[in-house]
Ligand binder design. Structure first.
Ligand code: NI
Length: 227
């Protein structure tokens, strides 16, 4: 396995439409393994072929409890319900924008052996699937971002997220959920169950977890953090 160089914005390869994978050989397996290693090394949650200079329809996604490989992925279904949140990209380091996407998606894709599987994703996973599949068609999230964060907004977010937990009515009003390159995740939650799930996922992934919370569940926080 080896780390691959991540292509950044300005390179025309990121605007090209990728070709389908037709050979399920050792070369593909090595590419997938390298992409997984490169994604983790860069603290990313997803990586697409063109981001490592390969114009083939291959994506890897860190789904928290497993790394998912998507060869020739297709979107089967998207929910009408949407999510609005912060999105970043390893090909545009240090930048984040607010992007609205479907809350839930169903996709299908092949694995390295050519077998087809179906995957469902909610929240960040749905966002990640769609962001990465967009890369295969030469698209970046910046094309659909409602707004890119200013350096000041970003600095303010970083400062606030130094604490494991923070409360912000103001942010709650603006952002529903957002994630920052896999180093930390930030979640607006509305039920104790969602909070428990997010805390567990964050711990398993060794990530710092910051929460924007509704006042109704804030009383539960000390108990949940010590659980
Ligand atoms: Ni990206």
């Amino acid at each position: 396995m080896a780390l691959r160089k991540i292509v950044t914005v300005g390179d025309p390869i990121l605007t090209k439409v990728c070709r389908p994978v037709t050979k399920f050989d050792q070369k593909l397996a090595i590419l997938i393994e390298d992409m997984i290693e490169t994604m983790h090394d860069a603290n990313g949650v997803g990586l697409a072929g063109p981001q490592v200079g390969i114009l083939r329809r291959v994506v890897v996604v860190d789904a928290g409890d497993e790394d998912i490989e998507l060869v020739n992925p297709e979107v089967v279904e998207v929910s009408e319900e949407t999510q609005t949140g912060l999105e970043g990209c390893l090909s545009l380091p240090g930048k984040y924008g607010i992007v609205t996407r479907p809350e839930h998606v169903v996709i299908r894709a092949q694995d390295r052996n050519g077998d087809w599987y179906e995957y469902e994703g909610d929240e960040i996973l749905a966002r990640c699937f769609l962001h990465e599949i967009d890369h295969l068609d030469g698209h970046m999230y910046t094309e659909i971002a409602e707004k890119m964060l200013t350096p000041e907004e970003l600095a303010s977010l970083r400062e606030r997220c130094g604490a494991a937990v923070f409360f912000s009515e103001e942010l709650c009003a603006n952002y529903f959920s957002y994630t920052a390159q896999g180093r930390a995740h930030f979640v607006l939650f509305d039920t104790a169950e969602t909070l428990r799930r997010k805390l567990r996922l964050g711990r398993e992934r060794g990530m710092e977890t910051a929460f924007l919370m509704y006042p109704e569940v804030s009383d539960l926080l000390p108990e949940l953090l010590n659980a």
